[in-house]
Ligand binder design. Structure first.
Ligand SMILES: [Cu+2]
Length: 271
């Protein structure tokens, strides 16, 4: 009945899917119960003779207490029942040591990704440096930030590794949604929010924005490439090589192209 869910390739996906099933079937049962009672009452208490008068009463404590207490009990049960999965996924002290940290920045209507450079460190960043050409606000004075690797709408990770995403947004609230990883987290401007996952299968997966963030919301899709460790190392070495080459080229030429102001062109990404 629930085989329309996207393929789960996340280490904690089974727990999420199990909760989804439990909540789904509880909802279906309540839906059927309510509608059967509803139809039965319509038939049983219909007007049978001309002149029948509706029975009117005011206040019924038992009924009011029970329609408050039953949902309360149900939600309490669900809160406690889901707590273990929630802790595993969202409690920072339960996050496994990450093998890879990637920064993700939402922008109307694309996803920016940032990896540390070949030095293995992220350069300093500050919100005042954020611009369309510097989405993460990398401090231009910090040498550690010059070789940082930036990609747009394309995220690469190794398989079977814990990936920690540091998530933010440079304009409105977006939602970082990896259906196959069972990850969905709001990206909030001015905040960095951590979210982790571990993919057990290589392949290409969808990254979507799950927050109606503007007229181009539907455009806000990216690809998550899950590689074998070898393939990933190869990819990132290549990227680092490209970054080094462009730094060398910029060093040879006068320092202008990278820092030139560009018009604000968020409405029509050219990717
Ligand atoms: Cu969005």
């Amino acid at each position: 009945m629930l085989d329309w869910l996207p393929e789960n390739v996340s280490t904690f996906g089974e727990g999420v899917d199990h909760l989804f099933h439990v909540i789904y079937y509880i909802s279906v049962a309540i839906f059927i119960l309510v509608n059967v009672i509803y139809v039965a009452f319509i038939i049983r208490y219909r007007r049978k003779r001309k002149g029948d008068k509706a029975y009117h009463y005011h206040g019924y404590n038992l009924l009011e207490v029970s329609w408050t207490a039953l949902p309360l009990a149900l939600f309490l049960f669900l809160a406690l029942y889901s707590d273990r999965v929630w802790q595993d996924i969202r409690y920072s002290e339960k996050t496994p040591n990450p093998d890879l940290v990637v920064e993700v920045m939402g922008q109307q209507y694309l996803w920016h990704f940032r990896y540390p450079g070949s030095d293995g460190v992220f350069g300093r960043k500050h919100i005042r440096f954020i611009s369309t050409t510097n989405p993460f606000g990398i401090d231009p004075d910090d040498p550690a930030g010059r070789d940082d690797l930036l990609t747009v709408n394309s995220m690469h990770i190794p398989v079977n590794k814990t990936v920690l995403v540091r998530l933010s947004s440079m304009d409105v609230i977006h939602s970082f949604f990896l259906p196959n990883m069972r990850v969905k987290q709001d990206a909030v401007p001015g905040q960095w929010i951590d979210v982790w996952f571990n993919s057990v299968k290589t392949g290409e997966y969808e990254i979507a924005c799950a927050e109606l963030c503007g007229s181009g919301h539907y455009l806000m899709r990216a690809v998550l490439d899950v590689h074998s460790q070898n393939e990933f190392d190869q990819w990132i070495d290549e990227q680092h090589e490209n970054v080094r080459a462009s730094i060398a080229a910029a060093g040879a030429a006068p320092d202008n192209a990278t820092l030139a102001a560009q018009p604000d062109d968020r409405q029509s990404p050219t990717e």
